[in-house]
Write a protein that binds this ligand. Sequence first.
Ligand code: GTP
Ligand code: MG
Length: 615
Amino acid sequence: MAPAVIRKQLVSSSMLPPQMIWFLMDCVPPKRFQKPYYSLLAANSTDLKSSRVSSSIDQNIGVVGIKSSADRADISSSSMPKGRHHSEDGSNYSKNGTGNMPSSDKSSVSPAALTIKGRPDAIDESSSSSMSRGNPRSLTNNLNKMALDAGSGLSKNGNARVIRSNTEYKPENWMLPGQAEDTLNQLNLAIVGHVDSGKSTLSGRLLHLLGRISQKEMHKNEKEAKLQGKGSFAYAWALDESTEERERGITMTVAVAYFDSKKYHVVVLDSPGHKDFVPNMISGAAQADAAVLVIDASVGSFEVGMDSAKGQTREHAQLIRSFGVDQIIVAVNKMDAVDYSKERFDLIKQRLGTFLRSCGFRDSSIILVPLSAMENQNLVAAPSDVRLLSWYHGPYLLDAIDSLQPPMRDFSKPVLMPICDVLKLSSLGQVSACGKLEAGALRSGSKVLVMPSGNVGIVRSLERDSQACSFARAGDNVAVSLQGIDGSLVTAGGVLCHPDFPVAVAKHLELKVLVLDVTTPILIGSQLEFHVHHAKEAARVVRMLSLLDPKTGKVTKKAPRCLTAKQTAVVEVALQGPVCVEEFSSCRALGRVFLRALGRTIAVGIVTRIIEEQD
Ligand code: GTP
Ligand code: MG
């Protein structure tokens, strides 16, 4: 049997404030929500005189469906194989093993807990305390710790590429749906929700019930959890694999696992709920086609999750929607703790419904399912407990998953896969790039251009859920084993693309940004972390071209001296090393950026122009 958890993803990403939702949804908010962030996208681009240097993707061509994952915001992140991360903060926080601990008790987990070790491109956040005092030198020093893992000669590749329109691309028959031997679609399902709501327990239970966790493994988890006085976490431990997660009783990184329903190959992305790990949760959200929002129905716990300041129920729902996910299942968990009360469920349904609608979810895309992961009620079969059976006649969770609409995919575009993880089998000299195909298709023998190195590799084999598969298409979350390429040239944050349709590689960009609630102004020379899809790079603001009116998008001031909170502006940034990037107008997945400093997101934006280097 394949391992239940295929990999754990660790990302360094940005927490977006809830108000960014409309900006990232690319839609016009209702009047009452119209705030400056929306007009960032709506701004009149003629004011910017963008002289596009390179663009290869005609977004109108070859799109199957109306909205694809490639049209979503990509998070800024980088991940690594599991087991290469650990805490540095010495915090001895742990859950009490009995569950339902108030979230306030968890506040001792510091952001520094996620210090990346053992990677040259690590961001050492453990020194961020000095940064938070606003010392620019500390910030510079800190960012300088971001060593560069991009190979040499990269920008040359990017700038010298032959730019071809997607109109020239003709997909082969096998790339399109309908030709497949395997009829099940892959569904990337993010499991999100407030800390301790039972996400991992629910995921573990599902995997166990669906035969993805052996009886032997389950017994082992039960025995070990009991020994540590954390018996109630036995199912969660199927996902929370690391010693640190188990000791602390919290999920820290997204666990990737698979199960099959009647209609889908489901990719479970079990996300952390603790607020300090929202950046990691975002990595799941970025890949999600749909989400299960887990609610703790216990009295008091649902209310804490909905708290506007502290509640991750609110934040996760908003984030998920902002990444373009519009189908959500609300798993109202721990119904056993409220005696399967219909009144409690109705109250949650009413309050949450109002909130989810305000996030932009349509009523028809919200399914609420009362259940108990602990008591196995309403997960993969109708409930057996009469207290629930007496009043609930809707779908059980697995049924609800099968009722989701298949996501729209860009099958007909040239292949594009941002690399989220790289797995190396050094003994055999094998290298695999992991990630979700945003567009196109691959099969063994396909040639891929590995960017930013610019080398061509050949797909040796493909793996989904630890099983070899003959092809992978847009939306599939796969490991792509490559041959004919030096493993060191395949890097997380890179992109696999079609050799004739290379993505751009650049380190000088014009961005349109919205500054978030910063206390320190952004100046020319300010040092930042630049994040795009799974790549991150140290960056410096080199020019401030204009301030834009937040409502109209018109230029209100040329060459401003500084940017302060809530301002919208056009700036140029120089990255320390090149990244794979596209203008937002051509490719949303590679065109959305996040700027961070002091361990916080200070601005979000889009790439408006790739600026050619003057050699
Ligand atoms: P984070 O990933 O850290 O946000 O937590 P989580 O949402 O994954 O919660 P987890 O699965 O770790 O469970 C937290 C606690 O809730 C554990 O003690 C579980 O036993 C308990 N729990 C989970 N599901 C249920 C349920 O259906 N009923 C009851 N009573 N407790 C549950
Ligand atoms: Mg968890």
